[in-house]
Every structure is written in C-alpha cells, then in structure tokens.
Design a protein around this ligand. Structure first.
Ligand code: GRF
Length: 207
C-alpha cells in the first residue's frame, strides 16, 4: 500500500540513529525506493531526532508517558496519530527502546519492522550482544523481523551472521554487529518497499 508513488516510512528511535542514517543514506543513494515521512522519538535529545532535522526530515519528540518500558495509553494514541498524519506505509523501529503492543500493532498490523542485535530467537531483550558474549556463542549477528505482541518474537525477515572473536569485548562485538545492521536493514527495507517479501505465518520468503 503506497500513497501516490512513494512508499512512506515512519521511523521510531530513542538513540543515536545510526540505523536511521543508513536507511536515509540508502534512500538518498537511490537504493531504497521510499521516503522518510517522519521520525518520532521518546527521548527529547536523542541523536536520531537531530540527525533527521539536519536532513530536513520532520522529527518530533513525543513524551512516552508514565511507564519505563512501554508507551502509556495517551502516548500510544499520540504516536499512532502522528504516524497516520504522516501517511506512513510502514513503521521502522530503529533503536526504539519501548515495547509496542495492542492498539499500536493493530493500527499498523504486519507493517512494523525492527532490527535486533542477535540471531533471534537467541538472546531477545536488552544488550543482546553482551548476552551472546557472556553465553560464549561463537557466532551471533543481527535480525530484521516483523514486530508482534511478544518481545523480539515476530516473523524473521532476514539475518546476518557476525563471528565472535576470542578477544572481543562487549563494545567491539557490538560495533561489528552494528556494521552488519547498517548493511542489512536498508536492504530489507528496500525489499519491503518493493513488495518483494512474502510473509505467511512465520514463514517468510523473497520473491
Ligand atoms: C541497534 O543496535 C539496534 O540493534 C537496536 O538498537 C540499536 C540502535 O542503534 N535495536 P542506532 O540508534 O540505530 O544507532
């Protein structure tokens, strides 16, 4: 579903915005056939909002409300309204540190995508690169997936593996995973914008 000819993305983030920047660069480079219609953040001074504004992309801080890990009802309604107002076709989570459920997922059913810094279903939740290092796995990576009601549990769209090196620290491993994220996420957003991914239940295929 597109508005006119351009597939419109609504990006949500809480942090520095390197995944958003990679997607915006790929759009500018003609690799992703889409436009970022709006960037929303739950942290007033988040880097992602500044990055968006410097690119001339509408960016708004919307207060998340009274909870620490999710949006409260009023905030959820405000995020939905802002995304609808921007006529987004897809919601791209780029380091948004809150769990989205209920009304939000119903409003954008099957159209919310996330990137997670591990090979799901291993290591869902916070600091997944550290979980992987502490567990002692020799390969980890990143996963692009559709968002469902669970935590990092929706259908997997794509994954990229990253080797864990003997001398890795949490920081060095995280940095290499982020390099992989910045390659993979724009690629998959491009395929989604081109309608080249088929989702049937949990099974996803490229066409
Ligand atoms: C990424 O590592 C992503 O995996 C996780 O949050 C981080 C966001 O980083 N969901 P950035 O704000 O895109 O730089």
């Amino acid at each position: 579903m597109t508005n006119g000819n351009t597939f419109r993305l609504g990006v949500l983030g809480s942090g520095k915005g390197s995944n958003f920047a990679a997607i915006a660069d790929a759009i500018d480079g003609g690799v992703v056939p889409a436009t970022v219609a709006v960037v929303l953040g739950d942290v007033e001074d988040a880097g992602i909002l500044g990055l968006a504004r410097r690119r001339g992309i509408p960016a708004r801080f919307i207060h998340p409300g009274q909870f620490r890990t999710k949006l409260d009802e009023a905030a959820e309604a405000a995020y939905i309204a802002a995304l609808r107002e921007a006529k987004v076709d897809m919601v791209v989570l780029a380091g948004f540190m809150r769990i989205l459920k209920g009304e939000f997922l119903r409003a954008f059913e099957g159209r919310v995508v996330n990137i997670h810094p591990s090979l799901l279903p291993s290591f869902p939740g916070l600091a997944a690169w550290k979980q992987a290092l502490d567990y002692g796995v020799k390969v980890t990576g990143c996963t692009v997936h559709l968002v469902d009601q669970g935590v990092d549990s929706g259908p997997i769209l794509a994954q990229r593996a990253v080797a864990v090196l003997d001398d890795d620290t949490a920081e060095t491993l995280h940095a290499r995973i982020q390099v992989a994220e910045r390659e993979l996420y724009p690629e998959i957003v491009a395929r989604l914008a081109q309608d080249r991914i088929v989702v049937k239940g949990r099974i996803t295929r490229s066409r």
